[in-house]
Each structure stands twice: as C-alpha cells, then as structure tokens.
Design a protein around this ligand. Structure first.
Ligand code: SF4
Ligand code: SF4
Length: 180
C-alpha cells in the first residue's frame, strides 16, 4: 500500500529516556492518565521497547510490514492488515496462543499476554491516527527521535540529513558534491 505511515527511528537522536514506553502504557490504559494508570489492574500494556546496544539507544516496535509474516502464518486470522491505514491489527478474541506469529516476526514485536495467553502487539495507535493525531510514542518523544512518515518522506529526510552532514563546515556547492 502506498503512503502507509510508520514510526521510523532516528537512532542518533534517541537518548534512551523511555518516554515512548511510558506513553504506550498510558495510551493502552483505561484512564489514559499517568497517575491513574499506575494503579490500574491489570497493568496497562506497552508494545514498544527501548534497547541500548553499544553506544546507541533505539525504540523498537512493530514495523507494520507490507507483507506481514505474522498475519500470513496466523491460523485463525487474529492478525490482519487494515486496508485503510496499512497497520497490522490484532484481535485477541481470535487468538489461540500458538505463537507462530512470535516465531516468524523478525523484530520481536509480538508481546505475549501472559494473563490471557494470547498475542498482543503495537496497533499503530490506529484510532488516534484515524482521528488525525500522531501515535502516542511519537508525540511523547522529547528529541524527535521517532518520525511518523511514509517511506518516501523518510527517504527525503535521509537525503537532506546526508547532505547537511556532507556540507557541515564546508563551503562547497551541491554541484561539487555531485548531488545534481
Ligand atoms: S508483528 Fe512483526 S511480522 Fe508482524 S507486521 Fe509487525 S514487524 Fe511485521
Ligand atoms: S498466537 Fe494468536 S495471533 Fe499469533 S499466530 Fe497464533 S493465533 Fe495468530
């Protein structure tokens, strides 16, 4: 699907503060309020994880794959591609807990729910996005390390960033760089 927006990660901007993890918990709480969500039972879930590898931090979540292996292997149709947004959604009522999806997901983006023994994952904040808002994790990131964009927009962002790096401190024209 064209123009499907996803959450992209700009690794060098991530400071590992975990604001995105907290925002995901709050978004999946009943109250949608941090101070009330802390006391909710069951504890509100989150579907993203901030990891540190060497000197880098990164906030990882479902990539809402174009051809999602998780949905392809699911024997019950619990995981589906939403035609409107392109997000891969899940329906816990259909899940039988076979974990085929967890086995094939290349990003470790399936979060087993150990209370119900069903699969759970990032839903792309689908209701927020349909109403014109950003996913909660993107909105919460204080350093703009998470970018909600389609792949064309992300490629343009990377070109511009690359050009800024190439020209930093140098008086060269883009013609000399061979860009055009
Ligand atoms: S859960 Fe994994 S396989 Fe499924 S759409 Fe997300 S990233 Fe792709
Ligand atoms: S664990 Fe649930 S969602 Fe995952 S493949 Fe099995 S039935 Fe589908």
């Amino acid at each position: 699907m064209e123009n499907v927006k996803r959450v992209f990660i700009v690794v060098e901007r991530c400071v590992g503060c975990k604001s995105c993890e907290i925002a995901c918990h709050i978004e999946h709480s009943k109250s949608k309020d941090l101070y009330k969500a802390i006391f909710e039972i069951p504890r509100p879930k989150r579907f993203n994880t901030v990891l540190k590898v060497d000197q880098y931090n990164a906030s990882l979540r479902c990539a809402h794959c174009e051809d999602p292996p998780c949905a392809n292997v699911c024997p019950t149709g619990a995981l589906q591609k939403d035609e409107e947004t392109g997000f891969v959604t899940y329906n816990p009522a259909k899940c039988i807990g076979c974990w085929q999806c967890a086995m094939v997901c290349p990003f470790g983006a399936i979060y087993p729910d150990y209370e119900t023994l069903t699969a759970a994952k990032c839903d792309g904040c689908i209701e927020r996005v349909k109403s014109g808002r950003l996913p909660a994790c993107v909105e919460a990131c204080p350093t703009n390390a998470l970018v909600f964009a389609d792949v064309k927009e992300m490629e343009q962002f990377k070109r511009e960033r690359s050009l800024r790096e190439l020209t930093a401190g140098q008086k060269v024209s883009i013609f000399e760089l061979g860009v055009v």
